[in-house]
Design a protein around this ligand. Structure first.
Ligand code: GLY
Ligand code: MN
Ligand code: MN
Length: 462
């Protein structure tokens, strides 16, 4: 946990942004795996962590804007619980650790909410993403499951997103700690992924590295010789000499800030000429994108710059043709680059995605496109100092998509389908770093993880 003052200040700022009423915050509960006492590892809700810091299940809080106070609700463990769990702080002690003076048993939450409703007070809640929260909100606010979103508050969402988007020095420090663990995972993978091994022999050990630091992975590991499948969570393939493995993985810091890094590893230690050509195209686009990051620039413009950089590179090697600016404007490059350049990063790997992708990544000046590829861009709006985001261009050869576009004769003026025949087994390449927007540019966060051809080959062939 940070110092309690940090949580006090964060809550003060939020209270100033809201006009009145009460805000109901629900912390996460345990999530049973196969029966109640055998849960998945606990993950607190990120907004709850941001304002209340406490990393234990079964907590809730009410922030009363008009009365300028907060009350913590939860359960005081009994000696029966302590027999199984060991010594526990009382609820009041836990509340005081984050600067909250008042606590009450969880049973009192129903009365508190009902009394606010009866007095016609405004109630603000965030959108639930777990069904048990949907049920709880419905029950507390006298709704049914289908109308549980009734009190979801746009002013609250916007205020939380504005606040969480700009990272403080201590948050940036946490993200760097997460990336430093992620460094260990990625360099381990480069040093140990060898021909004849199963992907899971490496992905499992990477998860173990995060665990050995007291942490956990920040999202399910993508570690696959089929990097062309964007979110591929299967780890059962045998890695063969000459394969490329896309390793998109990251750890959380102990305070649950995320790292999110991708590197692409040549199995056997060396990129072939064809692999190196594509790798250099992606790497040049990634570096160019990082160099373009500064306050005020729309991330969509950097996404499109990367699309043009990579399309231009593909033209040089005969896979695309024609006017590249035009090709990117109509979305022809998305055959090879079907995802967005990046997203916000913080307490969530796709930061605040539960509050709404468009609220986080778009604003009144930039609407989401419906074009294939561009529609998957999670962050498009103008950047501000303190934003932390990922820069993750990639090029992929997705046989099903190539075959479909070819049979539809899609963008034949821009895509050289004949030359693509040799690339059907290529897989994919993605390179991803986590970047802070500074006052006049950007800074790549964390200990640098090898990414040039020479540096990756040096580890992969040692
Ligand atoms: N780790 C998933 C992503 O890069 O968005
Ligand atoms: Mn990633
Ligand atoms: Mn990412």
């Amino acid at each position: 946990m940070f110092e309690s003052d940090i949580y006090v200040q964060r809550r003060e700022l939020l209270k100033k942004e809201l006009q009145g009423g009460i805000v109901l915050f629900l912390g996460n509960g345990e999530s049973p795996m196969n029966y109640a006492d055998n849960p998945y590892s606990f993950r607190q809700d990120s907004t709850f962590l941001y304002y209340f810091g406490l990393d234990t299940p079964g907590l809730a809080a009410i922030m009363d804007i008009d009365e300028d106070l907060e009350i913590f609700y939860g359960y005081d463990y009994t000696v029966d619980d302590i027999v199984w769990m060991g010594p526990q702080l009382s609820l009041q002690e836990r509340a005081e650790r984050v600067g909250i003076k008042k606590s009450a048993p969880e049973e009192n939450l129903t009365n508190a909410v009902t009394s606010a409703l009866n007095r016609g007070r405004l109630v603000h809640v965030l959108p639930p993403y777990r069904d048990e929260h949907r049920i709880k909100i419905a029950s507390l606010l006298h709704l049914n499951i289908d109308t549980a979103e009734h009190y979801v508050s746009e002013p609250l969402i916007k205020a939380v997103v504005a606040q969480r988007s700009v990272k403080s020095a201590e948050e940036i420090g946490e993200i760097e700690k997460a990336i430093d663990i992620t460094y260990e995972m990625h360099t381990f993978a480069m040093q140990h992924a060898r021909p004849g091994m199963l992907e899971r022999e490496i992905s499992g050990k990477m998860a173990g590295i995060a665990a050995a630091y007291g942490s956990s992975i920040s999202f399910p590991i993508i570690f696959s010789v089929h990097g062309e499948t964007l979110h591929n969570h299967y780890h059962g393939n045998v890695m063969q000499a000459g394969d490329l493995v896309v390793n998109d993985s990251g750890a959380e810091s102990l305070l649950h800030y995320a790292g999110d890094i991708t590197r692409t590893i040549p199995i056997g230690g060396h990129f072939s000429k064809r692999q190196r050509d594509i790798y250099e195209i992606v790497l040049a686009a990634q570096k160019n994108a990082i160099n373009a990051i500064r306050p005020g620039i729309a991330y969509r413009d950097i996404h499109l710059q990367s699309a043009r950089d990579m399309a231009d590179g593909l033209k040089q090697i005969g896979l695309m043709r024609g006017d590249i600016k035009e090709a990117v404007a109509v979305g022809a490059h998305a055959l090879f680059f079907p995802h967005g350049l990046g997203h916000m990063l913080g307490l969530d790997v796709h930061d605040m995605e539960n509050l709404g992708e468009n609220v986080v990544g778009y604003d009144a000046t930039i609407q989401r496109s419906s074009q294939f590829g561009l529609k998957s861009l999670r962050l498009a709006k103008a950047l501000q100092p303190g934003y932390v985001l990922t820069v993750e261009p990639g090029l992929y050869f997705i046989p099903a998509l190539i075959e479909k576009w070819q049979s539809d004769k899609k963008f034949v003026e821009f895509i050289n389908y004949d030359n693509l025949k040799d690339y059907m087994d290529f897989g994919g390449i993605r390179i991803e770093d986590d970047v802070l927007v500074t006052q006049n540019g950007s800074r790549v966060l964390g200990k640098p993880i090898p990414k040039t051809v020479d540096n990756v080959e040096a580890l992969a062939s040692a």
